[in-house]
Design a protein around this ligand. Structure first.
Ligand code: NDP
Length: 298
């Protein structure tokens, strides 16, 4: 049985990185400046450190300037705010990303609200999210993981307009913005969440499924409408004694079963993950291009 087309997120992300590197060198040749991305990390969470390292590395690989702000886990809210304000004012910085989650004593909302919307490359500022939700408004930045999901659909030429889309999950960083983005692309969108009584029958109606629940292999093969596009955002570690590490990364979709039914499917890893970083770079590039084209900034 042939099954679904497996979407190679890594390859697509790589070609986006190349496109970005070309644009960065064009900017350097024409403006004598490169885009700058500031990544702020507070504390020493292992997973956050890994993500931050990957983001900084990707940034320098495409020729952008990476600005690192590393703060101790007990840094005060005021200290973090001071750093954000400094980055807001720095003309070499076009994107500011504060790695989440922040330590418990810090008010995340207050920090995210402080990031200038012109530099909000994560797209989490309420003004950017608000514009994403509104008809006829365009946010300055769209959150990276949701943008990456749509980019996969677009590059695979999967139709969105007029299609039924179901998003599993409604978090501020993935589920909600991806649903709003699909709406902007004229899909008919439903959101299911932990209080939804029959996720399966709703998912079964979808031409496009975006799974972002953080529940290992929750979406089964018999939930999928034949031929549907299945984008799996989930990253879950499950026990696997056959692996040296004793664990294995799986998505929110039962890949083996769903692949038999779907038209397209993303693997985990190698699907949405690499796209998130590619979209962060794309957002930073867009922010820089906007800044460079403003006369007072040149
Ligand atoms: P959250 O835990 O913040 O949100 C999960 C959402 O899923 C909630 O809206 C929750 O509902 C819903 N949900 C949980 N269980 C069920 C269920 N059984 N049935 C239906 N809905 C359910 O997670 P995130 O949005 O931050 O992340 C989701 C997944 O995506 C995670 O696995 C995360 O690791 C991954 N991720 C991957 C990224 C990447 O780059 N590849 C980037 C970001 C996240 P309710 O609102 O009712 O609680």
């Amino acid at each position: 049985c042939e099954g679904a087309v497996v979407i190679d997120g890594k390859a697509i992300a790589n070609s986006i990185h190349q496109e970005i590197a070309q644009e960065v060198s064009y900017l350097w040749n024409n403006y004598g400046r490169v885009p700058g991305l500031a990544v702020v990390i507070v504390g020493d969470r292992k997973d956050s450190q890994t993500y931050v390292r990957m983001k900084r590395k990707a940034c320098t690989e495409v020729g952008m300037k990476s600005i690192s702000v590393d703060l101790p886990g007990d840094a005060s809210e005021e200290t973090i705010l001071d750093h954000v304000m400094e980055l807001n004012a720095d003309p070499e910085v076009h994107g500011i990303l504060v790695q989440l989650p922040l330590p418990k004593h810090v008010n995340e909302e207050r920090i995210l609200n402080a990031i200038s919307i012109e530099k909000d490359v994560d797209g989490f500022h309420p003004l950017n999210i608000g514009k994403l939700c509104m008809k006829g408004r365009e946010p300055l930045f769209v959150p990276c993981t949701p943008k990456g999901c749509i980019e996969l659909l677009l590059r695979m030429e999967i139709p969105i307009k007029g299609k039924r889309a179901v998003v599993v999950g409604r978090s501020n960083i993935v589920g909600l913005p991806v649903a709003m983005l699909l709406n902007k692309y004229d899909a008919t969108v439903s959101i299911v969440h932990s209080s939804t009584t029959d996720c399966k029958s709703l998912v079964k109606e979808a031409d496009i499924v975006i799974a972002a629940a953080g529940q290992a292999e929750m979406v089964k093969g018999d939930w999928i409408k034949p031929g549907a596009a299945v984008i799996d955002v989930g990253t879950n570690y499950v026990k696997d004694p056959t692996k040296k590490s004793g664990q294995r990364l799986v998505g929110d979709v039962d890949f083996t079963e769903a692949k038999k039914v779907a038209g397209w499917i993303t693997p985990v890893p190698g699907g949405v993950g690499p796209m998130t970083i590619a979209m962060l770079l794309k957002n930073t590039l867009e922010g820089a291009k906007r800044a460079f084209s403003q006369p007072e900034d040149s």
